[in-house]
Design a binder for this molecule. Structure first.
Ligand code: HSE
Length: 434
């Protein structure tokens, strides 16, 4: 498994990220060669569309629409997969692994949903599957968890790991912009997924959390077991209420371990304004990681975009070249052990502080009845605000912050509050950072 001085690479998918990888390999070849001792030769790039100008000079690189040309070429040692999504990416990655090629991917959905089978395939073929770019764009969080923090059990991770959502929330918070307009801006800047519901619905962050949690826990986490809520129900009213209480709303991917079971969730969270995560704005990502020996660390940087993501992919190429040149057996032993069972708390076992926003008719005795419903389920209120008017017809907004209460109690209390004839059904429940 020794790689020679020249390492021949093919790219599968010349979209935004694949083009970025080509740019770096072609423009930084001298630097990469000095730093790795290897000459990365970009031989073949595969895409269905060769009409559009990608802003990179591919003279000397074979451009083709035929994946077989890449996978059947014995000279190509590493395939970079930048198609995204599950199919056809999954089948092509499998074929590349089966053909004895190492694969480097930025595809978070693929690793989160098909990782277990693909790592098995890679191991069976004595090749590597690398995925640094799948989480946090240009932030080297995978390598940090795998190597830099190897001495630690990870106690908690709080990640802002969807650039699009963070961009939207920042624009709403700082400019008072509406949700739709902010999403359009994020799309125009190229941060959003082809299907932006993955971004704003929390699915993309949950894919990335699945990967981080699997690495931290050392066993495969079931993506489908993670409770996920997105940011689509948030209004500028909520952003402003949160601000008035001293919080910033962020879409957080949460990993908390009690040493045995994991509490994994993705949801919008009220983060105290003085926390480091509150200052992570626009498309930037950050992962706040606490290890049992290292303490608190934070990894911060561009979580989306062409060159940051490509930078992470190239780091995998360099890493792979060193590892394989050394003939290390460790190379094909994934840090995530298929036999290790990872147990998750169910959301009902979790307790949180809550933010509750509802619209009610402005009549005597209403607050008492709402407080009574919460009290009935043992939920204690810590703050209440009611605005006089919000242009919402006869309804006025009321916001309550609670002390810590179980998710189950809050679920039941909201069901009871929804029964009141004076309450509009669009009740929003958010959690506070803890
Ligand atoms: N759509 C993703 C995001 C791209 O906004 O973070 C990077 O994975």
């Amino acid at each position: 498994m020794r790689l020679g001085e020249k390492i021949t690479v093919g790219i599968l998918g010349m979209g935004v990220v694949g083009t970025g990888v080509a740019k770096i390999l072609l423009n930084q070849s001298q630097l990469l060669s000095e730093r790795t001792g290897k000459n990365f030769h970009l031989k073949t790039v595969v895409d269905l569309d060769w009409e559009r100008d990608r802003g990179v000079d591919l003279a000397g690189v074979k451009t083709t629409t035929n994946f077989d040309e890449l996978v059947a070429d014995p000279e190509i040692e590493i395939v970079v997969e930048t198609i995204g999504g599950i199919e056809p990416a999954c089948s092509m990655v499998r074929q590349a692994l089966a053909a004895g090629k190492h694969v480097v991917t930025a595809n978070k959905a693929l690793i989160a949903l098909k990782g277990e089978a693909l790592f098995k395939e890679a191991k069976g073929n004595g090749v590597e599957l690398r995925f640094e770019a799948s989480v946090g764009g240009g932030i080297p969080i995978i390598k940090s968890l795998r190597e830099g923090l190897v001495a630690n059990k990870i106690k908690s991770m709080y990640g802002i790991i969807n650039g699009t959502s963070n961009y939207i929330l920042t624009r709403m918070h700082q400019e008072g912009m509406g949700f739709d307009a902010a999403l359009q801006e994020a799309q125009a800047k190229g941060f959003a997924e082809a299907d932006p519901t993955l971004d704003v619905g929390g699915g993309d962050a949950a894919h990335k959390l699945t990967i981080l949690a699997s690495l931290a826990a050392g066993g495969f986490v079931d993506f489908n077991a993670i409770p996920v809520e997105g940011i689509t129900e948030l209004t500028t009213l909520d952003i402003n209420f949160a601000k008035s209480f001293g919080y910033v709303i962020k879409l957080l991917a949460i990993y908390r371990s009690d040493g045995e079971k994991l509490d994994l969730r993705v949801h919008p969270t009220l983060v105290p304004g003085d926390h480091l995560l509150a200052a992570v704005n626009n498309e930037l990502n950050a992962i706040f990681v606490t290890g049992d020996y290292v303490g608190d660390t934070m990894f911060y940087g561009p979580g989306a975009g062409q060159l940051p993501t490509a930078s992470a992919i190239v780091s995998d190429l360099a890493d792979l070249s060193h590892l394989l040149a050394a003939g290390s057996e460790v190379a094909v032993t994934p840090r995530i052990k298929p036999e290790k069972k990872v147990s998750l708390f169910t959301i009902k076992e979790i307790a949180n502080r809550f933010y509750l926003r509802l619209f009610t008719l402005d009549q005597p005795g209403i607050l008492t009845q709402i407080a009574g419903a919460l009290g009935q389920y043992g939920i204690s209120i810590s703050s209440v605000v009611q605005l006089e008017t919000h242009g919402a017809g006869d309804y006025v907004p009321i916001v309550l912050l609670t002390h810590e209460a179980s998710e189950q109690a809050m679920f039941k209390a909201i069901a009871a509050i929804k029964e009141f004839p004076f309450v509009r059904p669009d009740i929003l429940r958010l959690r506070l950072f803890k």
